[in-house]
Design a binder for this molecule. Structure first.
Ligand code: GAR
Length: 201
C-alpha cells in the first residue's frame, strides 16, 4: 500500500476528502504523516480529529533549511513514498524535490499555466475568464510548473459570485485529487518529457 504524507497550510478540506476516500476503500494508501508549516492550521486539528499523525515544521522559528531537514527526517523514518501537497503554501527546495523526484504531487485551483501562485481562484475570477478549473501536477523546482497529471474545467457563469466559484472549485478538487492519485499510485502514468500519459486500459 502506498505510504503517503499530506502537507497543508490551511483548512485541510482536501486532506479530509482524501482521508475519507482512503477510509471508504476507494483509494489505496496509508497516511503516515500530515505535516504543516503552520501550528494554527485548521487542517492539523482536522487531522488530529481523524487520529492521523501530525507534524509541525518550524519554518517561522528556525527557517526553511531546518524545517525541511526535520521534514526529510520524518519522511524517511515513516517510510513515506509519496508526498501529497494539499494547500501547502511553501516552496520546497531542490533538496526535498530531488529526494522525492516525481513523487511529490500538488493540487492547484486553476488551469495551469494560467494563474499560478496564491489566490488563484480570485485571480481568475477578477481577470474575467469564462473557464477556470483545477490542476493536479508533479512538483519540480519551479513553482506550479511540473508535469500535469490531470485537469478539470470549471466554467464561470454570468452572475456567479467569487464565493460560489470557490465552492465549486473545492468540490471539483475533492473529486479529482483522489482519482488522480489512484491512477498515479497504480503506475498508470508514463512520463514522456513533461507529458504525462495516462493508460486507461
Ligand atoms: C486548495 O484550493 C488548493 O488547491 C490550494 O489551496 C487550497 C487548500 O484548501 N492550493 C494552492 O493554491 C497551491 N498553490 P484546503 O486546505 O481546504 O484543502
Amino acid at each position: 500500500m502506498p505510504k503517503i504524507a499530506i502537507m497543508l497550510s490551511g483548512r485541510g478540506t482536501n486532506m479530509v476528502a482524501l482521508a475519507r476516500r482512503i477510509a471508504s476503500g476507494d483509494l489505496d494508501a496509508d497516511i503516515r504523516l500530515v505535516g504543516s508549516d503552520r501550528p494554527d492550521a485548521e487542517g492539523l486539528a482536522r487531522a488530529e480529529a481523524l487520529s492521523l499523525p501530525t507534524l509541525v515544521l518550524p519554518y517561522r522559528e528556525k527557517g526553511k533549511d531546518e524545517a525541511e531537514g526535520l521534514l526529510l527526517e520524518h519522511l524517511e523514518k515513516k517510510g513515506v513514498e509519496w508526498v501529497v501537497l494539499a494547500g501547502f503554501m511553501r516552496i520546497l527546495s531542490p533538496r526535498v524535490i530531488s529526494r522525492f523526484r516525481d513523487r511529490i504531487v500538488n493540487i492547484h485551483p486553476a488551469l495551469l499555466p494560467a494563474f499560478p501562485g496564491t489566490e488563484a481562484i480570485a485571480s481568475a475570477w477578477n481577470y474575467g475568464v469564462k473557464v477556470t478549473g483545477v490542476t493536479i501536477h508533479l512538483v519540480d523546482e519551479e513553482m506550479d510548473h511540473g508535469p500535469i497529471l490531470a485537469q478539470r474545467c470549471v466554467p464561470i457563469d454570468e452572475g456567479q459570485t467569487l464565493e460560489e466559484l470557490e465552492e465549486r472549485i473545492h468540490e471539483v478538487e475533492h473529486d479529482i485529487y483522489w482519482r488522480t492519485l489512484k491512477d498515479l499510485f497504480a503506475g498508470r502514468y508514463k512520463k514522456e518529457g513533461r507529458r504525462m500519459k495516462l493508460d486507461r486500459t
